[in-house]
Ligand binder design. Structure first.
Ligand SMILES: [Fe+2]
Ligand SMILES: [Fe+2]
Length: 175
């Protein structure tokens, strides 16, 4: 067995954040004419990333923490739910702006010093190799077509609100 890097899980997940951001950037060069093929890859990438966190990383950390969820877990799960519901909507400029904003804030909570990834990595330091193997074997999440019914955007707005964000305020902000 090779030497496991000290921050292997941190690096694995942050590299995936950068990869997903890049795909979104490429898909949304023209905000009112999104590249839907690339956007599809973004949706698969983000949903699969969320699956890796919720089904593997957070679960392993909670187990190693005596069954107690880490303090940040509840908020991060609400963010995941918000992002997931936004991904059901057609990617209008407003939807893209809110996804961008939520993702940026969310990734800070996971990546910053003392954030979720560091906490998870410390708790699971004796099973890093096994976790990496599990993470690398995760199958991509199948995504459904967009649902363009108006209620879908309302559902997304409510889910975004539960995570502590205001869809319309983000859209209205100048940056
Ligand atoms: Fe996350
Ligand atoms: Fe993440």
């Amino acid at each position: 067995m090779g030497v496991i890097k000290r921050r292997a899980l941190y690096e694995f997940f942050t590299a995936d954040h950068r990869r997903i951001e890049r795909i979104l950037e490429e898909a949304t060069v023209y905000k009112d004419n999104v590249n839907l093929e690339k956007y599809h890859h973004f949706r698969v990438g983000l949903l699969t990333h969320i699956k890796m966190e919720e089904k593997i990383l957070f679960v392993a950390a909670q187990k190693a923490n005596g069954g107690e969820p880490l303090p940040l877990q509840a908020k991060l799960r609400l963010d995941h739910a918000a992002l997931t519901s936004l991904l059901v909507c057609y990617p209008t400029p407003d939807v893209i702006k809110v996804i961008d904003h939520v993702m940026e804030e969310h990734d800070i909570l996971e990546e910053e010093e003392g954030g979720m990834y560091e906490a998870c990595e410390q708790l699971t330091q004796h099973e890093t190799q096994q976790l990496l193997e599990e993470l690398k074997s995760v199958t991509p999440v199948p995504v459904h077509p967009f649902n363009e019914a108006p209620y879908v955007l309302d559902v997304a707005k409510r889910t975004v609100k539960r995570a502590g964000f205001d869809f319309d305020a983000i859209v209205g902000a100048s940056i």
